[in-house]
Structures are given as C-alpha cells and as structure tokens.
Write a protein that binds this ligand. Structure first.
Ligand SMILES: [Zn+2]
Ligand SMILES: [Zn+2]
Length: 186
C-alpha cells in the first residue's frame, strides 16, 4: 500500500490520469498522482505520437494547479524525489524518483503538461538535453528582463528595431552606422 508523498496519512488508489486511460495511483485528498514511467512509456507507445495541441498555452496560466514546494519522498522506496521544471514558462516542478522511475504529479499538473503539449513527452522532460535547453531559455529570458528594466519605456521600440534589423539584408551595416553615430567624436 503506497502512501501519498504529499499528505502522508493517505493511501494511493488506482486511477486513470485525467481523461486518458493511463493508469496511475491517485490521492483522493490532494488530487496528486503517482505515475510509473514504465507504464507511461507503454501508454505513449500504445496511443501513438503526440497530436500537437495548437491550443497549448505559451504563458503561464496555472489556474488551480498545485505545486508542492517541499521535498517529497518516493512512496515506493522512501528516497527523496528530484524536482524538474518542464517549461521555461511554467513555474511548476514535477517530482521524479530516480531509483524507481516513479513520477509524482500534483493536482492539475497532468492537465498543465497537456496545455504545454507535453503529455507525450513526459519522459523526455527529465533528460539532460531537455533540462539544458530549459536553462538556456531561462537565461535568455532573464537577460531580456534585464534589458527591459534598463531600457524602460524604450524597450518596445528597441525590440521592434531589433526585429527589423534581424530580418534586414543590410542589418549589420545599418547597425554599424547607428553604432558609429553614437561612438564617433563629433
Ligand atoms: Zn495526497
Ligand atoms: Zn523510489
């Protein structure tokens, strides 16, 4: 009998995840679910490739999605689970036991993965390339935020100009012209 890693005093019961036929163990108190990656891969192979969800949100819309901040212990082996972000846009973290390949999804996180069109890529999220890409995306976003703060009300205009230069066949020459006009002593 597995106990809920979040509620501790609740046991997990067999459920199906969301409106899929993917078997998991669910907690009726917090709405979280424990999912075996082995079962998940079976399901993914059985149900075929991901139909890319065009309605996937790019911005964070957490709605009523929970996210446990504290470290969770794996219901199977009691080891601490590792937290993984899955998108630069969502703050949510999903927990994985690296020993058992069991994933803990807080209430609503399965649906959130769906909104990011990641229902069929759950196993990929934990891989090094994915996490690496995520970190460089986040670094880019942080840099962008710094520029927005620095440039203030001119930020939107600067972005527009950047887009214009990036698509211009003489972008580099135009940039050199602008740059030199600022640095040359008159
Ligand atoms: Zn629970
Ligand atoms: Zn475990």
């Amino acid at each position: 009998m597995s106990r809920c890693p979040s509620c501790a005093d609740r046991t997990l019961d067999p459920i199906r995840l969301g409106d899929s036929d993917l078997p998991a163990l669910g907690c009726s108190s917090c709405g979280g679910a424990l999912l075996s990656l082995v079962g998940y891969r079976d399901w993914r192979d059985r149900t075929g490739a991901d139909a890319v969800d065009a309605t996937a949100v790019a911005s964070e819309d957490a709605g009523d999605v929970s996210d446990t901040q504290s470290a969770l212990r794996c219901p199977k082996c009691s080891a601490f689970m590792t937290k993984y972000r899955f998108s630069a846009e969502a703050r949510n973290q999903i927990d994985l036991c690296n020993h058992c390949d069991e994933v803990w999804l807080d209430h609503g996180e399965w649906e959130l993965l769906g909104r990011f069109a990641l229902s069929k890529q759950l196993a990929t999220v934990f891989t090094r390339p994915w996490q690496h890409r995520l970190r460089s995306e986040e670094a880019k976003q942080r840099a962008e935020t710094r520029w927005r703060d620095t440039l203030g009300e001119d930020y939107a205009r600067a972005r527009e100009m950047r887009t214009w230069l990036a698509g211009h066949p003489k972008g580099k020459e135009l940039l050199a012209y602008l740059y030199l006009s600022q640095t040359e002593k008159s």
